[in-house]
Design a protein around this ligand. Structure first.
Ligand code: SF4
Length: 693
């Protein structure tokens, strides 16, 4: 605009796209976002002055024409009409209340939002348990890193990255797997590339030769679905050649002998046969990791979105521990979290079926009593349903009503043909979002929430840093911050909530959550972020986990023997290809935000499938031509992109496009037994040239 920047509102805030947690100053004239500029470097611990295309330019969605500006309810013909907050909230209170009265609170479930603030999410968990009387509250972490959380919690104690972001630059070696870092976590990729330029080794194991592999000192193509096999192969090489860190193993771990025994079956020949990685590559990677003074093990969803993702993560946790790569600068495990606030809002704040905030187990009597007392309600010790289980439970009417906040389940759930049926058949569905997304099409009531530029609170990024999010413009139309909507609803449903600000909510969080014991808005703002655990007001926060002890009963890492496992769907004659899913740089998740950006649509307008040149030649298709991909669950038609980035037996389709949603092909029943994460990364499919309809 014409206005000079100094005349505008400006706030230092945290990016609302990915969990890198970049900070920058946002400028607004009160009605729209006009610019994002670097903030003072000391206030931007993760990114300094860099940001990526999304953080810098992607704000059109805030003022998009189809932004929801008023509540919607169904009229007598079943169409949406605008309603007052009063009417909409009454309908919600009645709809949810009726199911609760008739079938008990357990018949209701809540999907909380990893896009929303910590304060919003704390209240979503509290609302589910206190107001609705259900433990079935979960969020999108179930679809991505819940196997990371389960695997790391079991071995080390905390389900989170042990490193601080700077360690990506301090490491001598980085082993990356299942991470398209350049596209999904751009600013982290920049820091990794810088370190490689300075001489660090980068080992990339991935079914796709993703862009970061161009910088790798070693790239190994792996067959999707067998990660624990090649990881155990590396561990075997290390222990059999006495390259492990003996004193670390002796002093800081238990279970080493079991692991050593369990990895013996993963001989070089077997690893090659199962994963396609030749013995010399396993040996080279093992030598490099063992020789490094400090190594970071980084991964994203390629490791976790499997029916045995938790085992994959534990295999990686074993490798990091036996090489002594924990609790020191430049070393550790780093699951790169996806959504801006999935670590905080999706995990730490406890909108989870099994945990209260700070990973406090709901089955623990003492802990449950603390929350029953604080929230003045009874809470069942029985775990509720995980997100993926909610959709299966709805088939048997064990879930009858849902409250879905900032989550586009109709596209993001595995097996969306099934998810659509569930959403359509629910007795009552409330959707709270910025847009009438694909999920809202099935709602009885839609409540307009506001985005991160219109509210104040905190996000917790991928390295456990709690950072401020500040309001720079007024909520659009009649939209409201999630916490205010929840407060109104709680009060209509017989409770007395009386928060004046999100800062007050954080006070309640810290009083009940030891991990966040010293976290307050005042400190987070004043100190430019705080990394948990932060036990009390005098505690400075924790850069790196496990410098002295692991968060286990005896303080030692509890190594877990991991054997052979395979994906639920194995390619066969009918479905000979393995499909994996993932992201592209310009887009974000189901595209609800980014597909509203004119600039982004220009670069990334359409869905596609990556097909290896040999496969394309066999099919007789060229780039740009439509192909039909079919699994046991459904089919989609997408244009081919012929590339050797994927192997001849693999296909890759991104997750961002509603018109040919790749989750029509994935399966809703193949879940990790410990974490209930779906197997997005392996579906057996067949492919043929599109024949039209
Ligand atoms: Fe935002 Fe992530 Fe890009 Fe940083 S890297 S600007 S946090 S989307």
């Amino acid at each position: 605009g014409d206005k000079r920047l100094e005349e505008l509102n400006v706030e230092d805030t945290t990016c609302g796209y990915c969990a890198v947690g970049c900070r920058f100053d946002l400028y607004s004239d009160g009605e729209e976002i006009l610019a994002a500029r670097p903030t003072a470097e000391e206030d931007a611990p993760v990114n300094g002055i860099s940001t990526c295309v999304k953080g810098k330019f992607s704000y059109d969605f805030v003022n998009s024409d189809d932004r929801l500006t008023s509540p919607l309810v169904r009229d007598e013909n079943g169409a949406f009409r605008e309603a007052t907050w009063d009417e909409a909230l009454s309908r919600v209170a009645e709809g949810l209340g009726a199911i609760k009265d008739e079938h008990g609170g357990e018949a209701l479930s809540v999907i909380a939002s990893s896009k929303a603030t910590n304060e919003d999410n704390y209240l979503m968990g509290k609302f589910a348990r206190q107001v609705l009387g259900t433990n079935s509250v979960d969020n999108c972490n179930r679809l991505c890193h819940s196997s990371t959380v389960a695997g790391l919690a079991r071995t080390y104690g905390y389900g989170a990255a042990s490193i601080t972001t700077e360690d990506l630059e301090l490491a001598d070696c980085i082993l990356l797997t299942g991470s398209n870092t350049t596209e999904a976590h751009p600013v982290l990729a920049t820091r990794i590339k810088q370190n490689v330029r300075d001489g660090a080794d980068l080992l990339v194991f991935d079914p796709r030769e993703v862009q970061i592999a161009e910088y790798a000192t070693q790239y190994s193509r792996v067959k999707p679905g067998y990660d624990a096999v090649w990881i155990n192969g590396i561990t075997r090489y290390i222990v059999n050649n006495d390259l492990h860190d003996e004193s670390f193993v002796a002093e800081r771990t238990t279970g080493f002998e079991d692991v050593k025994e369990a990895v013996q079956e993963f001989t070089p020949e077997r690893v090659e046969e199962v994963t396609g990685v030749p013995p010399e590559e396993i040996a080279a990677a093992a030598e490099t990791v063992a020789a490094a003074d400090a190594c970071v093990f980084g991964w994203t969803l390629g490791l976790t979105e499997h029916s045995h993702g938790t085992e994959n993560v534990m295999a990686m946790a074993n490798l990091a521990a036996i090489t002594g790569n924990l609790g020191k600068p430049g070393a550790g495990v780093s699951p790169f979290r996806g959504q801006n606030n999935v670590q905080g809002g999706g995990g730490d704040m406890g909108p989870l079926p099994d945990n209260f905030p700070g990973y406090q187990d709901i089955a623990d009597d003492e802990i449950r009593a603390k929350f029953e007392d604080a929230w003045d309600c009874d809470i069942s010790p029985e775990y509720g349903y995980y997100t993926t289980q909610m959709f299966l439970a709805a088939d048997d009417d064990d879930v009858r009503g849902m409250y879905i906040i900032g989550e586009n389940a109709a596209l993001s759930e595995p097996g969306v043909n099934h998810a659509e049926d569930v959403l359509r058949d629910l007795e009552f569905l409330v959707v709270q979002d910025l847009f009438v997304n694909e999920t809202a099409q099935y709602a009885d009531v839609v409540l307009p929430a506001c985005s991160f530029v219109e509210k104040t609170g905190t996000f917790t990024n991928t390295d456990r840093t709690v950072q401020m999010v500040k309001q720079v413009m007024e909520p659009k139309g009649d939209s409201r911050p999630d916490w205010k909507i929840l407060q109104d609803l709680a009060n209509r449903m017989g409770r007395e909530w009386d928060y004046d600000s999100s800062a007050e909510i954080m006070e309640e969080v810290s009083s009940l959550t030891p991990l966040y014991g010293g976290v307050s808005h005042e400190r987070v703002d004043g100190e430019g972020g705080l990394q948990w655990p932060c036990w009390d007001e005098d505690h400075p926060g924790t850069e790196r986990l496990y410098t002295e002890a692991f968060n286990t009963e005896n303080g030692k890492a509890d190594l877990q023997a991991v054997g052979y496992s395979e994906p639920a769907e194995i390619p066969d004659e009918r479905y000979p290809f393995t499909l994996t899913t993932g992201r592209v740089l310009y887009q974000y998740h189901t595209g609800t935000m980014t597909n509203r950006e004119a600039g982004i649509r220009q670069y990334s307008p359409n869905n596609f499938v990556e097909i290896h040149p040999e496969t394309a030649a066999e099919l007789g298709v060229e780039s740009g031509e439509l192909v039909t991909i079919e699994s046991r669950n459904g089919e989609i038609a997408v244009p081919a992109q012929v590339t050797d980035r994927v192997g001849p037996e693999n296909l890759f389709v991104p997750i961002h496009f509603a018109d040919s949603a790749v989750n029509r092909l994935t399966d809703e029943e193949h879940l990790d037994p410990a974490a209930a994460t779906p197997e997005f990364k392996v579906s057996a499919v067949r492919v043929r040239p599109y024949e039209g309809k």
